[in-house]
Design a protein around this ligand. Structure first.
Ligand code: PRX
Length: 574
């Protein structure tokens, strides 16, 4: 077990002042009392996130500060957010969108993205935010599987996925944000429809178990899985934002994640607004100067980001932080990948604050393990389970392991934001619950004698590159479409900056020779088809790849090749 370095408890008036005490007293029912339910236990998360605040002094408080990298800036109060989301809900209704229909959003981080997700929820439609780095195959897989009825996008992004519509019979309407050119069949201008839409919309009363959004995520095998969350999730979103992000009325909060990922949807949209917080959305690439000046200009107080950008900021050096007045910051958090101790020490030095690690997954819907402002941090640990959440380290049979033993990280089902289904794939949903009595996360970890959890790794082949979860199968499927490639196997290779990079082992067809030029062409091939964030940065050509007798590529051997280690038991090999 690691010897821990403890960063002491800060005398803060944190929303969660005493972790142990909160765990003893915690009851999800009490959290519900702080939120609005309609008659018969019905509810709507969008009503709670926006409309509810318009009945209080918060109506004139800023809900969203939006900026882009070209210096554009807009602000919206809660009242304006209500008006806009009401109009978008009416617009969607006018297009024939009904409760349960899928409305997908393939947009940069524009205000329209944030407001359309809320509007879809108001109407009872199921939102599907898509990361704008996806290419045609990534988008087609997701729209096809979900049978999306409406797609909201920009003309630029639409152009990137040109040609996929013929494979999407359920897609009826494309709404173009910022579209000025001529419109084709089934296309409409978002702005023109918005102007026409009427003002008032009463949020649809929803059953707590009604679906809210689908986020696609990757496993070891198969196509991406549509993780379905429901309106009831709001209970977890509200209280984790309150206790872990520690949001208060005077805060200006910035979550750097895109709503195409769970962090962006839950903590860059719903969670903070459920708490009536002012949040910043930034449409732009990572850049140390841009990021620091955004914090300075907006006096950001609470900042939720990820290890990769923090490592990049660290690599950029102190001068970048030194040029800006960052004294407004009072709380920094991170998620998505292991947070290195060096980053926390560097952050103490540069920002005068530690980074608080949090652990969760698309499937858990909200933070499960975290470091709380009023709890000492053991540098390198993910922290302790959220009050009301029962986590454990188990073996394959579901027995709980004692402190110090590495095993499967698992959670007792029953927290409000647990995934409710894998869209139209009950078999893949059941896999999460294969160990009786537990939700199995797919991560390995151990717990120490003080109850702190320590991340060890993934129990499967899922790749985590710059905090983005990528399935090797998706990349392999695109690779084998390349005319020169006979076989491809993909692994995550450890990388000091990005956590892991994607590495492909490739066997070429007869008549093709390895070359640097071919490697470059293969990288471009994947970037253009699948996604600009998920392509093999490293490629190694081999004469053939290790396979089982049934023809499955053995990634374990690829990983051993990569590290120059013995490949282990090869008895299953062809
Ligand atoms: O392996 C864990 C890693 O990210 C996975 C979840 O990925 P995703 O569903 O995309 O959600 C990302 C954030 C909500 C986990 O199974 N992960 C997440 N947080 C941490 C982490 N690994 C190490 N430390 C963390 N704090």
């Amino acid at each position: 077990m690691q010897i821990s370095e403890v960063i002491g408890k800060k005398a803060l008036q944190a929303n969660l002042a005493d972790y142990e005490e909160a765990c003893r007293r915690f009851d999800w029912e009490d959290v519900c009392k702080e939120l609005t339910f309609f008659d018969n236990g019905q509810m709507n998360i969008a009503y709670n996130a926006i409309d509810r605040h318009c009945k209080t002094w918060r109506k004139d408080k800023t809900a969203l500060i939006w900026e882009d990298e070209d210096g554009h800036r807009k602000e919206f109060t809660f009242l304006e957010a209500r008006r806009i989301t009401d109009k978008i809900a009416n617009l969607l209704k006018g297009l024939g969108v009904q409760k349960g229909d899928r409305v997908f959003l393939y947009l940069p981080r524009l205000p329209e993205l944030y407001f359309s997700v809320i509007a879809a929820a108001k109407l009872g439609a199921i939102a599907g935010p898509l990361f704008s780095a996806f290419g045609p195959e990534g988008v087609r897989d997701r729209l096809g599987d979900s049978e999306a009825k409406v797609l909201i996008t920009t003309p630029e992004l639409q152009k990137r996925v040109e040609g996929i519509c013929k494979d999407l019979p359920a897609l009826e309407q494309i709404l173009l944000v910022g579209g000025r050119g001529p419109l084709g069949p089934g296309e409409a201008s978002f702005e023109a429809e918005f102007e026409k839409a009427s003002e008032l919309f009463r949020a649809e009363p929803m059953d707590p178990e009604d679906p809210l959004y689908i986020l696609y995520t990757s496993g070891t095998t198969g196509r991406p899985k549509g993780v379905v969350h429901v309106h009831n999730d709001m209970i977890s979103y509200y209280i984790t934002s309150r206790f872990v992000l520690d949001l208060r009325d005077e805060d200006v909060y910035w979550c750097t994640a895109d709503p195409g990922w769970a962090t962006g949807t839950v903590y860059g949209l719903f969670g903070p607004w459920l708490n009536g917080a002012t949040q910043v959305a930034y449409e732009g690439r990572f850049d140390p100067d841009q990021w620091h000046s955004l914090i300075e200009r907006n006096k950001v107080t609470v900042w939720y980001t990820a290890p990769t950008p923090l490592r990049l900021l660290m690599a950029a050096g102190e001068p970048y932080a030194g040029r800006y007045n960052l004294k407004s910051l009072r709380h920094i958090l991170s998620v998505g990948e292991p947070l290195n101790p060096e980053v926390i020490r560097w952050s103490m030095h540069v920002y005068g604050l530690p980074v608080h690690d949090t652990w969760w997954q698309t499937e858990t819907g909200s933070m499960m393990i975290a470091n709380y402002p009023a709890m000492p941090i053991k540098v390198g640990s993910m922290g302790k389970p959220f009050p009301g959440v029962a986590a454990a380290i188990i073996d394959i049979e579901g027995n709980e392991l004692p402190p110090g033993h590495t095993g499967f990280l698992a959670i007792k089902p029953g927290w409000p934001s647990m995934l409710r289904q894998i869209w139209r794939d009950p078999a893949r949903y059941r896999e999460y619950f294969r160990v009786r009595g537990w939700y199995v996360t797919g991560d390995t970890a151990y717990v120490d004698n003080d109850g702190y959890y320590w991340f060890v790794g993934r129990a499967d082949d899922v790749i985590n590159t710059s905090g983005h979860r990528v399935g090797p199968y998706e990349i392999e499927s695109v690779l084998v479409e390349h005319p020169a490639i006979a076989e491809a196997g993909v692994i995550g290779k450890p990388d000091p900056e990005r956590g892991q990079i994607i590495k492909a082992f490739i066997a070429l067809k007869n008549g093709f020779d390895p070359s640097e030029q071919l490697k470059e062409e293969i990288r471009r091939f994947v970037r253009e088809r699948l996604a600009t964030h998920a392509y093999p940065r490293e490629i190694e050509f081999r004469d053939s790849l290790p396979k089982t007798r049934s023809g499955k590529i053995i990634r374990r051997v690829l990983k051993a090749w990569d590290l120059g280690l013995p490949p282990g038991d090869l008895s299953v090999m062809e």
